[in-house]
Design a protein around this ligand. Structure first.
Ligand SMILES: [Zn+2]
Length: 347
């Protein structure tokens, strides 16, 4: 077996400890991490996981859109759902495929997608993702959950048989995720009562609801740019990121609808850092930790899957960075990404 090595300034382990190292990869896994005295001007960072997407609406990118959340994206007849129904299967698959490639080019190695369109919709995304070095977690609805990785339920308000969907997913040991608290707080308690694996948005969740999510160990995927675009917030108090962190919630970053927001986590981190003034370490974790939903460790440590970003800082001002984590969150973008290394373990 050929051992490959990479050398650079790296964010090691769960604490993102900045060290100059040589990382050797064997059989798709990080085999060894050794300290070196001098490293080339390469940064090595765990790859990203986009914790909430709707890739299907790539086909409606930047369409003329007016109206509130219900008019634009609520099932069954919001603008997005009408456009999805009118799209050919071929353009739908091609749109999703191209969006996944855009994400890979932006350092994203996995994503959790709420896939509309039942069984056909889930199969279309499987086809779109086939052969690409990216791990999809497909969360289906309207029957699609039976052939997906799990269930992605639009608000409890919009799903006529939540009990049945949750019970079937649990019986099959598949994860359950809900949109909750996007427009107001009134669908959050019911969503919490099903003890899901993931809640998306929680833009208007109360402290009590956040504490419950933290106590129940439910991750929260926030999508700040989407919330601003869709007019469900106009202040840094929503989504209540600071309160989420204080309550001990596990916060993840997602980019939501491709039709309105580019699925790019560099932009999401920079925006969120500017508006919400959150510790950069917490934000970098939020862009990476979604991979934990797949049961694998995303961190750079011996034994982890060899999935990391190589960033070429040579001849850029980034070589002057005094703190790699802060610069990753506020300044780095895809233009300096030289490679996304995603090696799957050969079984
Ligand atoms: Zn969503």
């Amino acid at each position: 077996m050929v051992e490959e090595t990479w050398c650079g300034r790296a964010l090691i382990g769960e604490d993102f400890e900045e060290r100059c190292v040589e990382i050797s990869v064997l059989n798709g896994r990080i085999h060894r991490i050794e300290e070196v005295r001098a490293a080339p001007e390469t940064w090595i960072c765990p790859s990203f996981f986009n914790a909430h997407t709707h890739l299907g609406d790539t086909i409606a990118m930047d369409c003329a859109a007016e109206g509130d959340l219900t008019a634009l994206v609520a099932p069954p007849d919001g603008l997005k759902h009408r456009l999805l129904r009118a799209a050919s299967r071929q353009s739908l698959v091609s749109g999703m495929h191209l969006s996944i490639r855009r994400m890979i080019g932006g350092g994203i190695h996995g994503f959790a997608d709420f896939r509309e369109g039942g069984v056909d919709g889930v199969n279309a995304l499987k086809e779109a993702a086939a052969g690409l070095p990216c791990r999809p977690v497909i969360l289906g609805r309207d029957g699609g959950e039976a052939v997906a990785d799990g269930a992605g339920i639009s608000s409890v308000r919009d799903c006529p048989d939540v009990e049945g969907v949750v019970a079937r997913a649990r019986a099959a040991r598949r994860p359950v995720a809900f949109h909750a608290g996007e427009r107001d707080r009134f669908d959050v308690d019911r969503a919490l009562s099903y003890n899901p694996d993931l809640l998306v948005h929680m833009t208007h969740a109360t402290d009590r609801q956040l504490r419950k999510a933290a106590d129940q160990g439910i991750s929260i995927a926030v999508c700040p740019r989407s919330n601003w675009m869709l007019g469900v917030t106009d202040s840094r108090d929503h989504p209540p990121l600071k309160r989420m962190i204080n309550a001990g919630c596990s916060v993840l970053l997602g980019t939501d609808n491709v039709m309105f927001v580019e699925p790019d986590l560099f932009s999401e981190m920079a925006f969120t850092s500017t508006i919400y003034r959150i510790d950069p370490r917490v934000l970098l974790h939020a862009a990476i930790d979604g991979a934990l939903l797949t049961g694998s460790s995303p961190y750079l440590k011996e034994g982890s899957a060899a999935e990391f970003l190589l960033i070429n800082t040579q001849n850029t001002s980034l070589i002057h960075s005094q703190d790699m984590v802060t610069s990753m969150v506020r300044r780095v973008d895809r233009s300096v990404l030289s490679n996304t290394l995603i090696k799957q373990k050969k079984e």
